[in-house]
Design a protein around this ligand. Structure first.
Ligand SMILES: [Fe+2]
Length: 447
């Protein structure tokens, strides 16, 4: 076989502002503004970088367009525009179904174009093709369930690949393994794909959805699989925030974390070169170059050649305590309504916990100057919890900006839940707190 390269990019969230008049009228524009800016100022460089490698194929991992438009017609228009934009790469594009775009519209809008690339009709939201004895399988992760038609279809493909000792690359939207964003996938999908990848060898699984990016190796039942989780967008001119600084990474004892970034930073792509007896996966970030590199001959037997070094926490020196310019308390949550949760730092009120429904980033309390002066090496954060609604909070950390421009962060907190509905995810580091009681968290700076 001849060697070839394919590229993979994560969630794309293409925005056509004229399709979102209802959201704009309601003032719900945080994501629209951000993604529109990124597509205008960053995406052209990303497309150019991908093109330079002349990939044989380009895979996109769902949420091709932002969606939730004013009408079905506008939803289709936005998806079609997104597709056209990716087609600029010149490579055949394959995209999987993400949760931001309804399955029927996704199929109507992009399936015919993918069918033309494959010279055969695609009649479902999942697809498969083979090139140079390598299987490329696109999953509809919102539909894959144990023993359902898609499961049986996938099982037969994996069986066939195993019999002929052929490589398999899987592409889906939801993660198979949670990394950095708890309770944010689809449990039924995770069980279904988990059952199949425990039985059959797969070279790599590419996914998106969480917008945090990472490359991780996971071992279950003696079988290892690489998960590459991507997001195409981000502020390429800002220093990226390492995932392990802002979130508990949630990696298991037999797993390996090769690096990750929090949402909004480090736009990039995965590049995979396939030879007859060798594969090299390279994660490349705009303005940073290659940050992770993994090679393998046999699926599951990975050789890690390059990783992102774990971020080291900056220490607060004694002279720094008088140099605090501003301070913020970051947090992420599910089920949280802003008005319900007053927050105190070292006994003094600092504001209300910011609303959060999906453990999203960008939620923080700017700490008033008076209270910022009370921050010390060990700090106590108390979050009042609502009596009625269950909440799940984590990713709590203090971040200080010093007069000389440095930023110093405390280590990030565990998770705290006041309801059992998140138990099914079996997230480690969860503390249960009775509703109406305070969540009390100690946050310390190193000295
Ligand atoms: Fe997304």
């Amino acid at each position: 076989m001849s060697a070839f390269t394919f590229a993979v990019i994560g969630d794309y969230h293409w925005v056509n502002r004229s399709c979102h008049n209802h959201a704009i009228a309601r003032g719900v524009t945080e994501d629209l503004d951000k993604y529109e800016w990124m597509h205008r100022h960053v995406t052209p460089a990303l497309i150019k970088a991908v093109c330079r490698h002349r990939p044989r194929f380009l895979f996109q991992l769902g949420d091709l367009a932002e969606g939730s438009c004013d009408s079905v017609g506008k939803e289709k228009l936005e998806l079609a525009e997104a597709w056209k934009n990716l087609a600029k790469t010149g490579a055949p594009v394959f995209t999987v179904h993400g949760n931001h775009n309804p399955s029927a519209l996704y199929c109507q809008t992009v399936r015919s174009a993918m069918s033309r690339s494959l010279h055969c009709p695609i009649n479902t939201a999942h697809f498969h093709f083979q090139y140079e004895r390598v299987h490329f399988i696109g999953l509809d992760t919102s539909d894959l369930r144990i023993n359902n038609p898609q499961y049986k279809w996938l099982q037969s493909l994996l069986e066939q690949a195993a019999q002929w000792n052929e490589r398999v690359f899987l592409f889906g939207h939801f993660p198979l393994f949670l990394v950095g964003r708890p309770c944010f996938s689809d449990l039924a999908f995770m069980r279904a794909l988990g059952a199949l990848t425990a039985k059959y060898l797969v070279d790599a699984y590419f996914c998106g959805h969480t917008h945090n990016q990472s490359v991780t190796l996971h071992t279950r039942d003696g079988r290892s699989i690489l998960q590459a989780k991507g997001f195409a967008l981000g502020y390429s001119d800002k220093p990226p925030l390492a995932l392990e600084v802002a979130r508990r990474v949630l990696i298991g004892p037999r797993d390996r974390y090769l690096g990750g970034f929090l949402e909004d930073y480090a736009p990039g792509y995965f590049l995979v070169k396939v030879w007859k007896n060798r594969v090299v996966l390279s994660w490349r970030v705009l303005n940073m170059g290659e940050v992770v590199r993994v090679e393998w001959r046999r699926a599951g037997h990975y050789q890690v050649r390059q990783v992102l070094p774990l971020a080291r926490m900056a220490a607060m020196r004694s002279q720094d305590w008088k140099q605090i310019k501003s301070a913020r308390l970051h947090m992420a949550s599910f089920g949280l309504k802003q008005e319900d949760c007053p927050v105190a730092l070292n006994g003094a009120p600092i504001g209300l916990a910011k609303s959060g429904l999906s453990f999203a980033p960008r939620r923080c309390i700017a700490i008033p100057a008076d209270q910022a002066r009370l921050i010390r090496t060990v700090n106590t954060v108390a979050i009042a919890t609502p009596k009625r609604a269950g909440i799940f909070i984590g990713g709590v950390r203090l971040e200080l900006t010093l007069q000389d421009g440095r930023t110093v962060s405390s280590p990030v907190s565990d998770f705290y839940a006041t309801a059992r509905r998140w138990d099914a995810w079996r997230t480690p580091h969860v503390h249960h707190v009775r509703r109406g009681r305070n969540i009390v968290i100690k946050l310390s700076f190193t000295g």
